[in-house]
Design a protein around this ligand. Sequence first.
Ligand code: ATP
Length: 598
Amino acid sequence: MAKSLSWDDLKYEIQPWIRTAIDSLGFETMTPVQASTIPMFSGNKDVVVESVTGSGKTVAFVIPILEKVIKEVLSGSALRKAHFHTLVLSPTRELSSQIQDVIDTFLKFCPEETGPIKSQLLVGTSISSVRDDVNAFMEKRPQILVGTPGRVLDFLKAGAVKSTSCGLLVLDEADKLLDINFEKDVESILHLLPKQRRTGLFSATISSAGNQIFRTGMRNPVKIAVKSKVQNPESLNISYVVLQPEDKLQYLLNILNHIRYRKCIVYFPTCVSVTYFYSFIKYLSQSGDMKDDLETYSLHGKLQTSSRLGTLKKFTSTFNNSVLLTTDVAARGIDIPEVDLVIQFDPPTSSEMFLHRCGRTGRANRSGKAIAFLNAGREEDYVNFLQVKQIELNEMEANFRPNAEFYNKFKLWILQDRARFEHSIKAYVAFIRYYSKHTASSIFRLRSLDYIGIARLYGLIRLPRMPEITKNLEDSKMPIDGWLVNPAIDLDQFAFSNQQMERARLENLKKTKEVNDQKKLKSELKKKNAAWSNKTAAKETKGERKLKLAQKRKIIEDRIAQEEKEDESEAEDDWKDMVRRKKKQKSSAAVQGLFSNL
Ligand SMILES: Nc1ncnc2c1ncn2[C@@H]1O[C@H](COP(=O)(O)OP(=O)(O)OP(=O)(O)O)[C@@H](O)[C@H]1O
């Protein structure tokens, strides 16, 4: 830590009410990143800030924002109607909402005679449209806008709002905002903002954005990097454990049931794996296989915004023993101080995301533990890969004995409902596709994946047909017809427990059967007809040809006989020559005849 982190020693004089807010929030000292950033960014500097997760970057930009807005207000140059002063962009709705909460917490201390200073959240929801946002903006006249790139762009393009007074832009999780997923929207937003503005980029992994940061139009930015030898905060302990893929779920449940923690976040690779494992864990809770007081939540990008924000709020406000099953949608920026355990069920597709996931615990000097599960075989190399990137991991022994009965229990749960069977396949397929997207592709290779072990992890009954499996799974390991259970299951008899779905399935099955029967009948008939017609056609042509030849011969012989009678002088000619001559005559006559017929 720097020598003096006392707020009194901050090299910038902050507003008294902001200082009151800091005291009430219990922030006794500044964090190093705040000590370096606040004076620069509140002054007239563009900043690029990199500092470990949970080190207080949000307050490091919120105070300068408030300082700048308040200066505008105090200078008497009131914002014109439809104008705003500051724009904060973040990659997720959850994070945007959290940033707005921090701003509003400070604003509660803003004296009325100074204000009113207001903020507005701009994130896509099914409840409010862009037009609603514009109407609310016109009515409330906020100086500070916080939102996700897509929604902010739609809002600015709607035409009613003027961006020419925007003097400050903050990109939180800037490396994410400058990556391929957001790049276009962010660039379009930058074009709509005036060039004369201050810009601040913040992230724990900003270096990974490389030269992209210069596309934000900053002028001589000050680089502030608060780092130790390793990239993770000292209060965060990161471990890894090597497991057979089929044991991973059991091991996770073992931790959730037997290790003491307050709040735990478990990262899964895809949305569908979250929903799938969440429903199985819920079932286990109901059947008494999970500890009694455990509260389980699920959060992923396919949920409605209101449900996502609601879940996060509930998880934040619960007491001990709660678990959030989620995806990378909740990996960056989310600040829930009581989270003391983070589990990565599978490594993420990039090392930056690995840090962000781990960084949901061990925040603001509180101790936290992060555990990454690695599949035995090849993934152990990931530890060295991370070490090169200055991320230190400790090895952890998996002290548990997998229960052989577990897979049967899982299988029985799936066999109760066809929907679960379909869900298991979707989750498995999504995982394989996810695996192919790893940036460290020399470690996470589709060729080396244990397809059967992972199928067991997902409780699969049968391997799905997918090119990745056909290409990479050795023939000797391929189960007969893909079945992982013996005896195989009659899929036509496998019912949905939901009656409506089951009715629809049976209806569909009936229709498919009818169509198939018809198709079969048609193809059989076609085959039969084709065989018959081909044969007859062939026979007819043969017979016809014979008949024609016979007829021709007869005609010629008749003619010869006739001519013999008519011309005795030619009697001595060889009949064969005669035949030839007559043939010639006939053919020329035929040609003439044909011509005249024209
Ligand atoms: N000066 C301070 N003293 C004590 N706690 C602080 C201080 N400043 C911020 N905090 C707390 O530290 C926690 C982490 O802060 P914040 O969310 O801003 O971290 P961050 O650096 O943005 O992390 P990430 O990179 O994960 O987004 C928050 O709970 C915040 O309230």
